[in-house]
Design a protein. Structure first.
Lengths: 184, 184, 184
């Protein structure tokens, strides 16, 4: 946080994005008004409660709203799953494709509540801890934890078909994604 | 965008990276010169027209040029595919490895224009829409949409073998990648 | 780097995060004090020498230390492998899960020092160059090169189980990851 002395209080009305800081400076005295020049930033959580084990939610509108509220014209927008059995990814909002992703991920990392990898029934070491979601931790690595999107002229700088999805691989409970925006 | 009142016009010649803003402030009056302190940023598109369905292009030189033009000394450089059937990734520029990637991706998510997943010929739900590129949407998730690279002392802060690639999985048409740089 | 003329030297004691720049301006004269308003940033390398071919190291504490030293309250923290046969990813620090990842990656992209893909023994084109690590280049794409983590109120803005790992797929030599932090 950068703090900068300016000539007078009056200037504040001309610099609405410069925050006025009333805390005393070193020595406890505050002889001139102090302003803080800050990069803009915004943090927002999105909460989900997917009723099934797996689900794919288009969260583009929510991210777009956050970008608008951030007042950032040029910067970066990070969107990440806050849980390690879910993904945030960018792809097409086409129901057939989403079924294809789901089938494909299940083939690459099948659900199996078992915990004996060497036996004929297969399984995962992780599920020996009492969990049944090892497959979800694997699926999430294929689809990714996060996306970083450019912000240009106050908008998500997207190609024609880009849509942001939250992919749930171990649902039926409350989980979150994080939006963090920085820029000017 | 942060706007800051400064003592006089003369100072401007000493602060080349501070933009002089002649727009009137609230109330329509402009009694002191106004300067805008901005984080540096640069946006650039790279266009491709890969003649085959799949192709792997080393775009490191183009990204390096953009970093140089941005005049950013310390910051972050985002490079992402703007299309959802292509990837931007970082790995080695070695032709054998690129063949290995291509063979491996084709094994993980084979091209199949068919659209009947349950039949003996296989296929993808997405291709029922008239598309034939479902495999490209899947391959792109393995290789990733984007990379974020540190900029240090005005250069891409790379390890010894890092090279940035645009990977096309559904070419034979014009497509783009985006470079967005922010920093100081 | 943005340079800004301020009314007097005295102000400097109130603005500790604004750097005082004694270099003369254009023309070689320095008539007013000059200050440089900078975004905060920090760069740090982490070095590893994993004794086996593959290994998974929790580097969360090291990244947390870097965030604290950066003095950034709000920003982004990039952590990336600087080598192309290693990953940085975020997931659970549970030994069973790490074994599951290792087994799964070996199934998706098995180690094979061979270099004749078409023969019955399999192999990789890349390994014709004298390398034996083609599988490592493939595994790294599944797990990813980098993570970008939000910094909020001076801390990694993490969900309940997120931990940052360096995954080595071709060890037994010194290799590095990069931490780059920007923000305010």
């Amino acid at each position: 946080m950068r703090t900068l002395a300016l000539p007078g209080r009056r200037a504040a009305s001309r610099v609405p994005s410069v925050r006025y800081d009333r805390r005393p400076g070193p020595g406890g005295k505050l002889r001139v008004p102090r302003y803080t020049l800050v990069m803009k930033h915004l943090r927002q959580e999105l909460w989900f409660d997917v009723p099934d084990r797996r689900g794919y939610l288009n969260i583009t509108a929510e991210v777009r709203d956050a970008v608008a509220r951030s007042d950032v014209r040029h910067g970066l927008c990070l969107v990440n799953a806050m849980h390690i059995t879910a993904s945030v990814y960018i792809n097409d909002d086409e129901p057939g494709l989403i079924r294809d992703y789901d089938d494909w991920l299940e083939k690459l990392a099948p659900f199996n509540a078992g915990s004996v990898p060497s036996s004929s029934i297969g399984g995962y070491h992780h599920n020996r801890t009492g969990e049944d979601n090892a497959d979800a931790h694997l699926k999430r690595q294929v689809m990714g934890r996060e996306v970083v999107v450019a912000i240009t002229d106050g908008e998500l700088d997207f190609g024609p078909w880009e849509q942001i999805f939250y992919a749930e691989f171990d649902g039926r409970r409350k989980k979150r994604a994080l939006i963090k925006i920085i820029g000017e």
